[in-house]
Design a protein around this ligand. Sequence first.
Ligand code: HEM
Length: 518
Amino acid sequence: RRDDVARLRGPKSPSFTFGNLLQLQDADPYGKHEFTWLEEFGSVYKIKACFGKTRLVISDPEAMRFVLNSPDVGWASTQKKVAKILFGLDSAFLARGDRHSYLRRVMNPWFSPRSIREMSPMMKDGAQKARSQTFLVNHWDSNGFVGQMVDVVPTLHSAALDILGEALLETEIGGLEGKGELSKIQNQLIDIFSDAGKVGKLAEAFVPSIPDLLLNLVLMLPLPGLDVLQKYMRLTTEMSESLLARKMLAGEDRDASFVGRLASATDIRNEGIPDHIRTVLMAGDRTTGDTLSWTVYQIAAMPEFQRALRKEVHDAHVSQAAAELNTDIDYDKLPLLNALINEVLRFYPALPLPERITLADCVIPLSAPVLSNMGEMISELRVRAGQEVYLAIGSYHRMKSIWGDDADEFRPERWLREEDDNDEKSRKLKVPGVGGPRGSLLSFLSGPGVCIGYRFALLLLQVLVSTLIRNFTFALPDGGDNVRPRCMITTVPWIEDEDGKGGRQGVEVVVGRVEDGV
Ligand code: HEM
């Protein structure tokens, strides 16, 4: 059996210990090396991982489609072990085949278009309702954000998790107020995993060879960091149990709620329900919070677009009020808002480098041949079982053959049809890509493991961005743009310290008040 991986080209490895991993994952800004490799080697190439192992990096649309849909490709072993630790054995992330389809069937109705639409008032409450300081706009007002330069990331992260938690657990989470235990612990846990740096890369090389039994014993030790994990497991389990007990007592229509649906499914045990709560809470937290932060950053960076977007949202509310409709506006009908969100999803994909492994020998099709290291053209890729693969979503979103010569520019206008009809304004892309749930974008991936929460995330982004832009103005601080993307599992906005030695996640903007609606 021939293996074409050895014939592929790829960058030189700067270190035996880390291979190219630090260049790929820890580059500042994200993509510094990856996007150059895309230009140099094409949409399929190889890199070195820790201790000389070879990994594939693919952004070719056909190859992506194959990897995302083939039963011969699964989650890499380190990811699986981490998912087992964080979420639990029955998580949708770990399930395959029939079990995975079953879990999706149980959860899908809660994520259906109708069910998500009905969450719009709850999300609006989270953004605006004037009943207490828990809500984003009031929180910004009462904390004196107007007229100040503020790092908006912590409050945007909290608001996203508060809304997600309230939807899932029907309980006020209180993260924005700084009170919520769940929010505090989940944040600590995500920070530990996403900031693992070199230690994380080395752990990744060793974790697969640690037997599960030994790993479970280690996890029970009272070591620093592990106490956060243990607390998180305890807290989410207790929340699930008390919610179940509340539902039993109230005898409510179980199918209407997330936990109720899980509880009435014949093949899900009550003890397994926390696995699903943790999966959705973690999967939807920073992905949505970071996308929201990038959206506010880009609004601040584009003053003219900001004015046009504010007018679009304002006009939609005025028309809605004039029609005396007692419903929220139809956010899907706002072309500028959706163009902006699409472009943020393209330019800053929340999970830019998902990993996979081939479970059997396979032949990966390519939409365009790539040049081998011997100067021949390779038009399909024979790959052995056990080959680790990165799905380079960030690179795929920068391919000029798909997005045009301006792929490296942030330009929401690319999503708007040139002729401005009122029905459907999202532009058809020149070359159809892999075909995820949002045009040719792969931010939510596609195939059987496509993000189940994408409608929830999109509505949350639409509601929060519209509410913020109706109430506040945003500008980048004098001295300009100090924010850069970094890959810390998700694509985070990063502000470098002045001495260039450190930094932190954040988006600093000057917040103003919208006085006259536009
Ligand atoms: C902008 C926000 C979001 C982005 C970009 C995003 C992206 C993704 C991606 C790329 C995956 C696949 C990961 C992989 O298989 O390697 C995924 C899976 C998943 N997402 Fe999201 N997500 C977002 C928000 C949400 C929200 C709000 C929820 C829940 C309400 C959610 C729930 C899930 C779940 C449960 C899965 C696992 C699906 C499965 O394996 O069957 N996500 N998401």
